[in-house]
Design a protein around this ligand. Structure first.
Ligand code: IPE
Ligand code: IPE
Ligand code: MG
Length: 233
C-alpha cells in the first residue's frame, strides 16, 4: 500500500439493521459491532495508522430508548475492561473526545484508567468519540476560549481560527485524512464538523458488524486514488 492516511475517522453505523436482517435484537448487532471494531483497531495498528477515531456514541444518541442507551454504555465499559491489556500490549494509546462529564461515574473511571495506563504508548492513537457532537464540541471550545484568552489576542478572524483549534477536543491530533461511514448512509451526523474540512469521504453499504480489517484496506486503497488539492491546483 503506497500511502497510509495519518488519521482515519469512522462512523460505525448499521448495527441495528444487521441485527434486524437476522431477526435478532439490536443489542446483538452492537455486540457483533464490537468484534468489527477489534479487528479494525488491530489492522489500523498493524498498518501504522497514527490516529483512528471512532464514533461510539453521539450527543443525539440519547434520544434512543433507555434500554438501548444503557446497553451501549455497559457494552463500552465491558469492551474497555476486556481489551485494555491487549491494547496496551500492542502499544495503543487510548484517548477520547466528547463530553464525558455527564456519563456514569463508573464508566468515567474505567475510561480514565485506560487513558492513564496507555498514556506513554507510542503506537496507534485510538480516539473514542463518546457523547460526542461536533456542534457541542465547538460550543464548548468557544466557551472555554472566551474564558481563557485575552480579547486582544482574538482581534482577527485568523487569530480566532488558530485559537479555536487549541480548544477543540482534538487538539494535538492531525485532522482526519479519511472518513469512513458504513451502512450506506451519506451524512456526517454531527461528527467532527470542523476537523473534516478536507477529509476524503468513503461510504460503503457494508453494515458495521460486517466491516473488518480487509474492508479498511479497501477504503485506504480508494483513498490512494483520490487527488487532494486543498484548494490549490
Ligand atoms: C451504530 O449502529 C451504533 C451506534 C449509533 C451506537 P446503529 O445502532 O445506528 O444501527 P442502525 O443505523 O440502526 O442500523
Ligand atoms: C451516528 O450514527 C452515530 C454513531 C455511529 C455513534 P446514527 O445512527 O446515530 O446516525 P443517524 O441518526 O442515522 O444520522
Ligand atoms: Mg445508525
Amino acid at each position: 500500500m503506497n500511502n497510509i492516511p495519518r488519521h482515519i475517522a469512522v462512523i460505525m453505523d448499521g448495527n441495528g439493521r444487521w441485527a434486524k436482517q437476522r431477526n435478532l435484537p439490536r443489542s446483538a448487532g452492537h455486540r457483533k459491532g464490537v468484534e468489527a471494531l477489534r479487528d479494525v483497531v488491530k489492522k489500523a495498528s498493524d498498518l501504522s495508522v497514527e490516529v483512528l477515531t471512532v464514533f461510539a456514541f453521539s450527543t443525539e444518541n440519547w434520544k434512543r430508548p433507555t434500554e438501548e442507551v444503557g446497553f451501549l454504555m455497559n457494552l463500552l465499559r465491558e469492551y474497555i475492561r476486556k481489551e485494555l491489556d491487549e491494547l496496551h500490549q500492542n502499544n495503543v494509546k487510548i484517548v477520547t473526545i466528547g463530553n464525558l462529564s455527564t456519563l456514569q461515574p463508573g464508566l468515567q473511571e474505567d475510561i480514565s484508567a485506560a487513558i492513564k495506563k496507555t498514556k506513554q504508548n507510542s503506537g496507534l492513537i485510538f480516539n473514542i468519540a463518546l457523547n460526542y457532537g461536533g456542534k457541542d464540541e465547538i460550543a464548548r471550545a468557544v466557551t472555554k476560549m472566551l474564558k481563557e484568552e485575552n480579547i486582544e489576542d482574538l482581534s482577527t478572524v485568523d487569530k480566532i481560527q488558530k485559537a479555536m483549534e487549541k480548544y477543540l477536543d482534538t487538539y494535538g491530533l492531525p485532522e482526519p485524512d479519511l472518513l469512513i461511514r458504513t451502512s450506506g448512509e451519506m451524512r456526517i451526523s454531527n461528527f467532527l464538523i470542523w476537523q473534516l474540512a478536507y477529509a476524503e469521504f468513503y461510504f460503503t453499504d457494508t453494515l458495521w458488524p460486517d466491516f473488518n480489517g480487509q474492508e479498511l484496506v479497501k477504503a485506504i486503497d480508494q483513498y490512494n486514488n483520490r487527488s487532494r488539492r486543498f484548494g490549490g491546483l
